[in-house]
Ligand binder design. Structure first.
Ligand SMILES: [Zn+2]
Length: 95
């Protein structure tokens, strides 16, 4: 099935997961709310990259973007993590 999708969104979500499973996110709140807030901030600051592709080929379509944008994505995520960390938008005990 053909789908319309923003491959930037896939890349950003993937990279957020990568960073959160590394030592770099040791001090960050790991709840779903904070991770998605970070992804939203990053996606608003990077250009969208919509493609029409087959459902199973999203990964393949995102490879070119990784090369072009990986450094920007990592930098924007690092910035967004600081922004989110300064907000009190949820109770840390129950997400
Ligand atoms: Zn949180």
């Amino acid at each position: 099935m053909l789908i319309l999708t923003n491959v930037m969104e896939h890349l950003v979500l993937e990279t957020v997961e990568e960073i959160f499973s590394s030592e770099n996110a040791r001090d960050a709140c790991h709840c779903e709310r904070c991770r998605l807030d970070i992804a939203a901030i990053v996606l608003n600051s990077l250009p969208p990259a919509y493609v029409v592709t087959f459902e199973g080929e999203v990964k393949k379509r995102s490879y070119a973007l990784v090369i072009q944008y990986k450094a920007d994505i990592v930098r924007e995520i690092t910035k967004a993590m600081q922004t989110v960390a300064t907000r009190v938008h949820h109770d840390r005990d129950n997400g």
